[in-house]
Design a protein around this ligand. Sequence first.
Ligand code: CAA
Ligand code: NAD
Length: 297
Amino acid sequence: MTKDKENSSQVESNIRSAAVVGAGQMGAGIAQVLAQNGIATQLYDQSADALQRANALIRKLLDRQIEKEKISPADKEATLSHLSDAADLSDLAQADIVIEAIIERPDAKHELFSKLDEICKPQTILASNTSSISITKIAAATNRPEKVIGLHFMNPVPVMELVEIIRGLQTSDETYAISKALTQEIGKTPVTARFDYPGFIVNRILVPMINEAFFVLMEGIATPEEIDAAMKLGTNQPMGPLQLADFVGLDTCLAICQIFHNEIGEDKYRPCPLLIKYVEAGWYGRKAGRGVYTYEE
Ligand code: CAA
Ligand code: NAD
């Protein structure tokens, strides 16, 4: 790990325009933060409903910031003036950087990056917000592997300070320097994973804990509420691991466990059968209204 904060470079990213592909919980947050920092940002999703929900969520969060007097109504309007929806991937051709935040499936990401490579101008940096998938492999799906990088934002994006940066084997120093400068310009603190191994730094440590919490639940050692209370009160985490799993999305947690199990190949990464069952049932967590817990909204 490099000490990015201490060695913070003076490089400017010169990124003026960005696009975010995937308008789920992560994509919406990334687009909001970029736009709040004055970067003209296009948001695209294959689902019109997702795009609509993302816009509504961004407006709601900006209104909440106004209520708390953290921003003014003029700030909200300025942010919204930097945000636009894209009707088609081809509309993203002129973006200086595209940040992908679609479903955590290698085939879907490879296909998307191959399309973006054809569509975008040659200088465009193509970044992935993947939680666990190989940046090196995503880069290899393009003809500009040196311009592909991992920018792993944390959920909820407007609140969490970290962006993990992952260099694929092919990522150039220039792409890295520009991307790192961008994270700093939008108020985040970058930490770099030196090797592109599954889960990088945060999820390699966090997701096995979440998976283990499902084993503790499945084995009947404690109820969900007791597991979460024990971890919150006993280790000072803001959310218990099962609450956090619902917050992240059980589909995403399972996808990450499967990548670990398949690619690192050790039994300790075996996804908990109960987690698999919940995902099979469509209980994806907070975004689906039901996961380990049920949600009203
Ligand atoms: N989107 C945007 N902002 C949000 C938000 C959301 N979904 N949820 C809460 N916030 C904001 C609130 O508006 C509030 O902002 P202000 O301080 O400006 O008023 C602030 O967060 C605190 O919110 P609350 O007081 O309502 O609630 P809280 O104190 O319980 O904090 C939390 C909520 C920040 C989500 C906190 O519970 C927390 O930090 N949880 C753990 C989050 C975490 O671990 N994230 C990493 C997940 S792993 C990951 O992202 C990687 C991966 O690949 C899976
Ligand atoms: P999500 O399910 O909330 O949203 C995914 C969005 O991508 C959906 O709106 C879907 O319609 C869209 N989508 C799927 N395939 C697409 C395609 N081919 N083209 C365009 N849009 C497409 O998921 P999320 O939680 O926002 O996660 C997105 C990415 O971010 C994943 O790679 C995930 O691993 C990563 N991530 C998630 C978290 C988290 O806590 N949820 C944190 C960090 C990183």
